[in-house]
Design a protein around this ligand. Structure first.
Ligand SMILES: [Zn+2]
Ligand SMILES: [Zn+2]
Ligand SMILES: [Zn+2]
Length: 333
């Protein structure tokens, strides 16, 4: 596996056992140029598609177990984004919420307004005023027609149609739509849902790893360049400057060098470093390859420094953009 050696090196430094499947996942993430493992929360379902795909597992418990391994490994940052109620018996996320009478346990309860009859001052649940379609005061027998004039709503109450008792709050229970189990918050499983982000340290070391560099080198070789990886060029100051790739066209003497560095996301500092190195090396083109979107001021700064930046979204994008860049460069050499 291409990122194996880099990752294993990191693991060595951390002195921890890393799950084999973690390598697989990181490889997939970097190949696609993404750093996040995000859950999809749907009605009755929570899933992490990329983990399910890479590990070829479907069960949430297995995925969750793996997520805990990822968090423990320290290779991913985790952020709690939600907590989901699960059935304590079957683990289902398809949970219905039910209101019950706290006295007799019946589900046949209603929420009614408490109204006050303006004329006689009677205060009672609206259910006691209902006579067919009409509202008739149970104390004085008058009909209530206009809200706000004949009567005022002064509150709300739950009423049980079975035991006829009133209460402010129903008993709230959960019912599993999968196996029908009824349970309270006391028995409910409460699953944390995380957003995982590949740690900066891991992403950088993997991206800086041989894989990305070798892809760029191969494209250069296909285009008749002589290529050196992880090599230094001596500047006019006498200082040696390190580059990920140094290339020059074959069969073309006195041509400028092509100096390439690879980074996770291009910073101002990367540009300044590249600029000062190229300035010292003299006859060279400076190129920085980075992942993700590049901020506008970075693009402008690169232009003023005459440094080319290649911002890529993934490995396929990397190949396309490097090919395009070299195609354009060859017309200038
Ligand atoms: Zn269940
Ligand atoms: Zn009741
Ligand atoms: Zn009345």
């Amino acid at each position: 596996m291409w990122c194996d050696s880099t990752l294993r090196q990191l693991v060595k430094e951390k002195k921890e056992e890393i799950d084999e499947r973690t390598y697989k996942l990181i490889e997939r993430l970097v190949k696609n140029g993404i750093i996040e493992v995000s859950p999809i929360i749907e009605v009755g379902k929570v899933s992490y598609p990329i983990i399910e795909e890479v590990l070829e597992i479907k069960s949430f418990d297995k995925v969750n177990e793996f997520i805990n391994i990822l968090i423990k490994s320290g290779m991913f940052e985790h952020k709690l984004i939600d907590k989901a109620i699960r059935c304590p018996r079957c683990g289902s996320f398809s949970i219905l919420v039910k209101y019950y009478c706290p006295y007799c346990g019946s589900i046949d309860i209603d929420r009614n307004s408490i109204i006050s009859h303006t004329m006689c001052g009677e205060i009672s649940s609206i259910s006691n005023f209902r006579k067919g379609e009409k509202l008739i005061c149970p104390r004085c027998g008058r009909e209530l027609v206009n809200p706000e004039i004949d009567y005022k709503i002064i509150g709300e109450v739950f009423e049980c149609n079975n035991c006829k008792r009133r209460f402010d709050m129903p008993a709230i229970m959960h019912k599993c739509a999968t196996d029908g189990m009824t349970f309270s918050y006391r028995e409910a499983k409460y699953a944390p849902i995380y957003l995982l982000t590949l740690s900066e340290e891991v992403f950088k070391s993997v991206v800086k790893g041989k894989y990305v560099i070798s892809i760029i080198s191969n494209i250069l070789r296909e285009n008749d360049f002589q290529v050196f990886e992880n090599t230094a060029l001596r500047g006019t100051s006498g200082i040696n400057h390190q580059f990920d790739i140094v290339a020059s066209p074959k069969n073309q003497k006195n041509s400028k060098y092509l100096c390439i560095n690879v980074t996770s996301n291009i910073s101002e500092n990367d540009l300044i470093m590249m600029f000062s190195r190229i300035f010292d090396v003299k006859s060279a083109y400076g190129v920085i390859v980075g992942f993700g979107d590049i901020l506008k001021h970075i693009q402008e700064l690169a232009k003023s420094y005459s440094i080319s930046i290649i911002a890529v979204k993934g490995i396929e994008d990397l190949k396309d953009k490097v090919n395009k860049y070299i195609g354009e460069l060859k017309t200038k050499l």
